[in-house]
Design a binder for this molecule. Structure first.
Ligand SMILES: Cc1cc2nc3c(=O)[nH]c(=O)nc-3n(C[C@H](O)[C@H](O)[C@H](O)COP(=O)(O)O)c2cc1C
Length: 210
């Protein structure tokens, strides 16, 4: 548990393509405000992956990681951005992630970010005993938004590759302190949408914060 008077580094990330209509953006902002109230001295880094998308990982990126950097200004700038993304992730004590469901999984913009933070030797490594996460000790809040219902007793459970993917991914990197705030059934009518939002916002108000 972090002492409230200790300055913490917060990393707030949004990935929704729906701008001001986005539910995950609303919820991630609410979570960030709540954490900031608990840690007034905190420094917040914000990254909007829809406004400023990262390039998808390519063969050239893998080659650059072995030192083969082409003489191309745009590519060099992209490599620098990737290094900054990794550094932000490693430095953060608390991460707040807005993660909508698009086509049963996370947005492609968020996946591009994932591909920049999964770096062998930095955030995980393989040992004789298997994979080992190197990014432990962080707390992550994840604002999940989705049009349908994907809970364990629903017919769509097998279609759910959003929350389960993020859980496995962060566990793989050594991060087990994950809190999911869910707004589900957002496409099933106005009443259900309002109820989902009210429920998620109430959950944020009663969060046990680090
Ligand atoms: C491109 C797109 C794909 C979507 N795919 C799904 C889906 O597969 N399953 C689902 O339940 N909802 C789906 N939805 C609904 C979104 O999950 C819902 O609108 C949610 O509010 C998105 O989060 P956001 O408002 O933060 O962008 C989709 C929405 C969009 C725009």
């Amino acid at each position: 548990m972090t002492n409230p008077s200790t300055p913490v580094k917060l990393l707030h990330i949004d990935s929704s393509i729906l701008g001001e209509h986005s539910v995950s953006r609303t919820l991630s902002a609410d979570i960030t405000r709540a954490v900031q109230q608990q840690h007034p001295e905190s420094a917040v880094t914000y990254r909007d992956l829809a406004q400023h998308p990262l390039a998808h990982l390519s063969g050239a990126h893998l080659s650059a990681s072995s030192g083969n950097i082409p003489d191309d200004a745009a590519f060099k700038a992209d490599i620098e951005t990737g290094a900054a993304v990794l550094e932000e992730f490693l430095a953060a004590d608390i991460i707040i992630l807005g993660a909508p469901m698009y086509n049963f999984t996370i947005p492609t913009q968020l996946k591009a970010w994932v591909d920049r933070i999964c770096v062998a030797g930095k955030t995980f490594r393989y040992t004789a005993n298997g994979a080992e996460g190197l990014a432990g000790g962080k707390k992550i809040f994840i604002a999940i938004s989705r049009g349908g219902f994907y809970g364990k007793d629903t017919p769509l459970i097998d279609f759910e590759h959003q929350e389960s993917y993020l859980r496995i991914l962060f566990n793989f990197l050594g991060i087990t302190d994950l809190t999911f705030i869910r707004a589900e059934g957002l496409s099933t009518g106005e009443e259900a949408r309002n109820a989902a939002l009210t429920h998620a916002k109430l959950e944020i108000e009663t969060l046990i914060l680090p």
